[in-house]
Design a protein around this ligand. Structure first.
Ligand code: MG
Length: 387
C-alpha cells in the first residue's frame, strides 16, 4: 500500500439491535438477498486493504458463517457487551497476531464503502494518528422532546461516519486507557480522549448507517437503480432414444420415447441454464456440470437450473424474465405449457408471468422435423450490479 505498512479493516458486526424490525440483528438483515455484513465486506475488498477481520457478537457464529459463505476470511473475533469493548477485543486480537501498522474500523451497518473514501483516509494517515470521514449537516438542528426547543447552530457541526482510520499502535493504546462512557459510539472520540489528533476527510452519503426499516427500503431502491440489464441466449439439442423417460421443461412428459443424455437430458432446461449463464458471463453448462463427471449421470436438470439461479444471486443479480422455445413435432407442448411455466418459475423463484414457454415445429424439415430429437432455445434477461 502507499503508506508502506500493513493495513487491516476491522468490521464491527457485534450488535444485537434490530430497530430495522427484522428477526436478526441488522448487520445480518438482507439487502437484495445479501446480508448487510456481506455487502460491507465486499466493498472493503480494495487494493489498499491487506486483510479484513470481523468482530461478531456471542451466539452469532452461524449467522456469520452464512453471511460470509464463499469468502476467505480469518476466524471472527468475539465482541464484548458494548461497541467500545468489541472494538477493543478486535484490536487486542490483531495485536496478538501479526499486528498491522494501520487499521480502518468500520460498522457493518454501513454496507456501501466508496473506494475513494478508503483512499482519502489512508492518505490522511501519513500525517495524522487518525482520520474520519465527515459530512456537514443539511437539516436545521434543535433541542426538544415533545415540544420544539431552541435551535442549535449547524456551524462547525459534522456528521461522523466510518470507516475511521488510525495508526494501529495509537488506537490500541487509546482503547486500553479509555475510561469514558461505556457506550462510546465511535473510535475517534476514544482516540481524542487519549490525546491523539484526528483529521477529517470528506465523507459520502453512501456511507450513511442503515438503522430503520425506511433506511433499508431506500438502500434497496438505490441498489436496484444501480443494476444493469444483461441478456443471455442458450441453445440445446438432444436425440430421441428408446427406453428413456422424456423430461422437458422440468416435467416428466408421457411419451413413447425419451431424450438421450448424461443427465435427464431436459433440453429446455439446458438451453435455459445456458441462457442464464450467458447473461452473467459464467461460461456454459458444460463448464459447470461436465458430462465426464459421474455425479451428473441421470441428474435432474432442475439442479443445474437451481445452481445457476444461485450463481446469479451470488452476483447480487436478479432474474427479470426468461423465454424458451421448444422445437419438435411430438409431443405436443401446448397441454404442458402452463405446468412448465409454473415449474420453472418455482425453480427460479419467479412469478409464472416472468416465465414464457413457447413451442414450434420445424414443418417436418430437418432433424426435429424427422422426429430424431428435440431442440430448444432460451433467452434470459437478468439485472446485475455494475462492476
Ligand atoms: Mg443438453
Amino acid at each position: 500500500m502507499t503508506n508502506g505498512g500493513k493495513t487491516v479493516a476491522l468490521v464491527v458486526a457485534a450488535g444485537s439491535g434490530s430497530r430495522a424490525g427484522g428477526a436478526v440483528p441488522k448487520q445480518y438483515a438482507l439487502l437484495q438477498g445479501k446480508p448487510l455484513l456481506a455487502h460491507a465486506l465486499d466493498r472493503l475488498r480494495h487494493p489498499l486493504i491487506d486483510e479484513v477481520h470481523v468482530v461478531i457478537g456471542p451466539g452469532q457464529e452461524d449467522l456469520y458463517g452464512r453471511a460470509t459463505e464463499g469468502r476467505a476470511l480469518p476466524s471472527p473475533i468475539l465482541g464484548g457487551e458494548t461497541r467500545q469493548k468489541s472494538v477493543r477485543n478486535g484490536l487486542e486480537a490483531l495485536a496478538a497476531g501479526n499486528a498491522p501498522e494501520f487499521v480502518l474500523i468500520h460498522d457493518a451497518a454501513r454496507p456501501f464503502v466508496p473506494g475513494v473514501v478508503i483512499e482519502r483516509l489512508t492518505a490522511s494517515l501519513q500525517g495524522h494518528d487518525g482520520a474520519v470521514p465527515a459530512l456537514p449537516v443539511a437539516d436545521s438542528l434543535a433541542k426538544g422532546d415533545t415540544r420544539l426547543g431552541d435551535g442549535v447552530s449547524r456551524e462547525n457541526i459534522l456528521r461522523i461516519q466510518t470507516p475511521q482510520a488510525f495508526r494501529f499502535r495509537s488506537i490500541l493504546a487509546a482503547h486500553r486507557q479509555w475510561s469514558g462512557n461505556a457506550d462510546a459510539t465511535d473510535d475517534a472520540q476514544v482516540a481524542r480522549a487519549a490525546g491523539y489528533e484526528v483529521a477529517i476527510v470528506a465523507g459520502d452519503p453512501l456511507l450513511d448507517k442503515l438503522t430503520y426499516a425506511t433506511d433499508f427500503a431506500l438502500a434497496e431502491a438505490r441498489l436496484a437503480a444501480s443494476l444493469i440489464s444483461r441478456t443471455g441466449i442458450g441453445f440445446d439439442v438432444h436425440a430421441f432414444a428408446d427406453g428413456e423417460e422424456l423430461w422437458l421443461g422440468g416435467l416428466r412428459i408421457p411419451h413413447d420415447r425419451g431424450l438421450a443424455g448424461h443427465s435427464d437430458a431436459d433440453v429446455a432446461l439446458h438451453a435455459l441454464t445456458d441462457a442464464l449463464l450467458g447473461a452473467i458471463g459464467e461460461g456454459d453448462i458444460g463448464d459447470h456440470f461436465p458430462p465426464s463427471d459421474p455425479q451428473w449421470r441421470g441428474a435432474p436438470s432442475s439442479r443445474f437450473l437451481e445452481h445457476t439461479r444461485d450463481l446469479v444471486e451470488k452476483r447480487g443479480g436478479r432474474i427479470d424474465h426468461v423465454d424458451i422455445t421448444i422445437i419438435c413435432e411430438q409431443p405436443k407442448i401446448g397441454p404442458h405449457r402452463q405446468a412448465m411455466r409454473e415449474t420453472i418459475a418455482a425453480l427460479l423463484r419467479l412469478q409464472p408471468r416472468s416465465v414464457s414457454v413457447k413451442a414450434t415445429t420445424s414443418e417436418r424439415m430437418g432433424f426435429t422435423g424427422r422426429g430424431e430429437g428435440i431442440a430448444a432455445q432460451a433467452v434470459a434477461t437478468v439485472r446485475v450490479p455494475e462492476e
